[in-house]
Design a protein around this ligand. Structure first.
Ligand SMILES: Cc1cc2nc3c(=O)[nH]c(=O)nc-3n(C[C@H](O)[C@H](O)[C@H](O)COP(=O)(O)OP(=O)(O)OC[C@H]3O[C@@H](n4cnc5c(N)ncnc54)[C@H](O)[C@@H]3O)c2cc1C
Length: 508
């Protein structure tokens, strides 16, 4: 049995920010417990190799239940299981969102004016933000065509103004992915990072979180926190841990053999993600894009100089558009990649192609994360209910039509041969329902709010239990018009602010 001041569960985007800041800005003892292992691997460091993590030991590799509005398909949900969490696996897009997102939460302390300085602190401190370092000439063409066809020529697209087309802002540094593990977890004597340790539950005594139980190398352990426990296990892991610990919808918990301690109906509800659909074109002769990246010369260039095509994040360019004229802000992110988005990560030689992903930022469909068992080793049932709201699919159909206009505009028009997906004569909606995924931005499954029903209050405290907070994408009250890494890190930073302000003076 070991005792710390704070225990943080999950070393992902938010968890690294919480633990790293607590350890560097106080003398409190902090334990950071992570199910995955080291991030010293090529696939986490070389930007373009990230998809090679899918389905390996670095991936929780969740899948949804059959999705009713997507032909009953189960949709893959990759999630990083490694130091850095999803920030060690993701597409590295750095977008903070619109001021309308944060102001729309109507939560004291979380308006745009409150969070903007936190984002600035992150960008100027632990995280390195740059532009996709080696953009293909096709990516430049896409930006030029988007602008020529009416997208704003604004280059600063990471928020709060989103309108524009640009080479993608990314968290890459000197040709390498810059994850939160790299940004926040320096050496600190008061920080204990325990890897390959899977947390089973929170220990709750007399209404207070006092520690955790975890498994490491087949052995059961307990650790205790004198001050607080913070759950940063992500939008699937955090609601699962709360539920197996007895905090969640009481009826459901009883059905799966968990004794309810706090009947919190919305733990695991409200799950949101941005639906994503791809349109794909073959390239005209003479254009290659990223189709030749399996050539060993690119790996050599990366190893010797941290340069070349493998420094690409894949989604090298973006355009933010409004799918309707009356949208109050951009509601679709077009993700441009000079490759075939359908290709398997380990698929070998690829046909030259380009793809545009359409990520719909203001979806109405909502899902859930509910445990199937009291055993935390059993993955929860994930229901996205993707595209169950008609408005969501209609927005994607409009976005695909808008992309066709961009692709028919020079200079990209002369670089493409023909539309492969949906295909010129295809039914766009049917294609979307048959192929859509999520953008891997699950959020809002343990949302904070100032009504008594919200699982978290506006300081990220779990209602009904003392000394327990949640800091990760699950705490977002509404999914923002953004890729969710930056907002998740911001939540981790805010949690650290709250804890540093609240801890007993003896501990800091
Ligand atoms: C493939 C992919 C591409 C993406 N692309 C982008 C992008 O380009 N830009 C962007 O902004 N966002 C992107 N995202 C989303 C973004 O990365 C996530 O929203 C963000 O990282 C979530 O942070 P988090 O702290 O909520 O969770 P995570 O980063 O997932 O961290 C959770 C951590 O908790 C650990 N954990 C979970 N359960 C337990 C347990 N029981 N015991 C111990 N540890 C546990 C996990 O292993 C993980 O390390 C992408 C995500 C994926 C998967």
């Amino acid at each position: 049995m070991t005792a710390y001041d704070f225990i943080v569960v999950g070393a992902g985007s938010a968890g690294c920010a919480v633990a790293g800041r607590l350890a560097t800005e106080s003398s409190a003892s902090v334990q950071l417990v992570e199910a995955g292992g080291s991030d010293r691997r090529l696939t986490t460091r070389v930007p373009l190799l990230a998809p090679m993590q899918y389905g390996t030991s670095l991936d929780w590799a969740y899948v949804t239940e059959p999705e009713p509005a997507c032909g009953g398909r189960r949709i893959a949900q990759p999630r990083g299981r490694v130091l850095g969490g999803c920030s060690a696996m993701n597409g590295m897009f750095w977008v903070k969102g619109s001021n309308l997102d944060y102001d729309g939460w109507r939560l004291p302390g979380w308006g745009w004016d409150d969070v903007a300085p936190v984002f600035a602190r992150i960008e100027q401190g632990p995280m390195h933000i740059t532009r996709s370092p080696f953009p293909d000439e096709l990516s430049h063409r896409f930006v030029a065509s988007a602008r020529a066809s009416g997208v704003a020529s604004n280059d600063d697209v990471s928020g709060p103004e989103l309108d524009g087309a640009a080479i993608t802002p990314v968290n890459i540094h000197k040709g390498q992915r810059w994850s939160t593990a790299r940004g926040y977890l320096g050496h600190c004597n008061n920080l204990t990072v325990v890897t390959k340790a899977s947390v089973d539950r929170v220990i709750i005594r007399d209404g207070r979180a006092v520690g955790i139980e975890y498994r490491r190398r087949g052995r059961a352990h307990r650790a205790f926190a004198d001050q607080e426990v913070v759950l940063s296990a992500g939008a699937f892991g955090t609601p699962q841990l709360l539920q197996v610990s007895g905090i969640g919808p009481a009826d459901h918990l009883r059905r799966v053999g968990v004794t309810p301690l706090v009947d919190s109906r919305r733990v695991g509800q409200g799950l949101a993600d941005h639906p994503l659909t791809w349109a794909i074109w073959s390239l005209a002769p003479g254009h290659v894009g990223l189709a030749d990246t399996a050539n060993p010369k690119w790996l050599l260039q990366w190893l010797l100089r941290r340069g070349g095509k493998l420094t690409s994040n894949g989604g090298e360019a973006l355009a933010h558009i409004r799918s309707t004229l009356d949208a109050p802000a951009c509601d679709v992110q077009l993700i441009f990649t000079p490759a075939d988005a359908r290709a398997e990560p380990r698929g070998g030689r690829l046909a030259p192609a380009l793809s545009v992903g359409h990520s719909y930022w203001t979806p109405k469909s909502r899902g859930s994360v509910l445990i199937r068992s009291s055993d935390s080793a059993v993955p929860p049932a994930i229901r996205m209910n993707l595209l169950t709201e008609r408005e969501d699919v209609e927005a994607l159909v409009r976005a695909v039509k808008r992309t066709r206009e961009i692709m028919a505009t020079e200079p990209i028009a002369s670089a493409v041969e023909r539309e492969l997906q949906p295909g010129a004569a295809a039914d766009i909606e049917a294609c979307i329902r048959n192929t859509a995924k999520t953008t891997s931005h699950p959020a809002c499954s343990v949302a904070m709010g100032n009504d008594a029903d919200s699982p978290l209050d506006e300081k990220l405290r779990v209602r009904g239990v003392e000394s327990l907070r949640v800091a990760d994408a699950s705490a977002l009250p509404q999914i923002p018009r953004a890729n969710t890494n930056a907002p998740s890190i911001m939540i981790g930073e805010r949690c650290a602010d709250f804890l540093l302000a609240d801890v007993s003076p003896g501990a800091i």
